[in-house]
Design a binder for this molecule. Structure first.
Ligand code: ZN
Length: 148
C-alpha cells in the first residue's frame, strides 16, 4: 500500500511565528502595511512526521495590492541562500489574503507552490480575522500546529 504524506502536519516554531505575526500585524486590525498582501519565505525541514517551519524571512514586495504581491525575480533564490547558510531548506511560504479576502489557494498560489517548494506547505493568513490555514500543492488542507 502506498503511504500518503497528505496528513502530516505543518509545525511552526515560536521564532518563525513571532516574525510573521509581527510583520503581518496579526491581531492588530487594519494597519497601513497589512491591508496589502504580504509574503514570507519559510525555512525548515521536511521530515517523515511533518513539515517543520523554523524560520520566516519577510520578502519585500516591489509592487502589489490588496489581492496580489510581486517580488523581484531573484528573491526566492535569495531566501534559499539565506536558509542554506542557516542549514535549513526553503519549505514553503506564508502570505496574507487581507481584509475581506478569504483564505484559500488561488491559481497563482498553486503555481508558485509547485515551482518553488513542491513538497512543502503554503500557509495563507487573513491578519484582520486572525485566520490561518496550511495547504499542500494540490490545494488540499494540511493540519497546522502553531505555538501556544
Ligand atoms: Zn494567495
Amino acid at each position: 500500500m502506498r503511504k500518503s504524506r497528505a496528513l502530516q502536519p505543518v509545525v511552526v516554531s515560536e521564532c518563525a511565528y513571532k516574525v510573521f505575526s509581527a510583520y503581518f500585524g496579526i491581531g492588530c486590525g487594519e494597519t497601513p502595511h497589512n491591508v496589502n498582501e504580504q509574503l514570507c519565505a519559510l525555512g525548515g525541514r521536511i521530515a517523515k512526521d511533518g513539515i517543520k517551519v523554523m524560520f520566516a524571512l519577510p520578502l519585500l514586495a516591489i509592487s502589489g495590492g490588496g489581492a496580489h504581491v510581486v517580488i523581484g525575480g531573484g528573491t526566492w533564490f535569495y531566501a534559499m541562500q539565506v536558509f542554506a547558510q542557516m542549514q535549513v531548506s526553503l519549505v514553503g511560504s506564508v502570505h496574507t489574503h487581507p481584509c475581506k479576502l478569504p483564505v484559500f489557494m488561488s491559481g497563482p498560489d498553486r503555481e508558485t507552490h509547485r515551482r518553488m517548494f513542491p513538497d512543502g506547505a503554503s500557509l495563507i493568513c487573513n491578519p484582520q480575522r486572525n485566520e490561518m490555514q496550511a495547504f499542500r500543492k494540490d490545494g488540499k488542507r494540511l493540519p497546522l500546529i502553531l505555538p501556544d
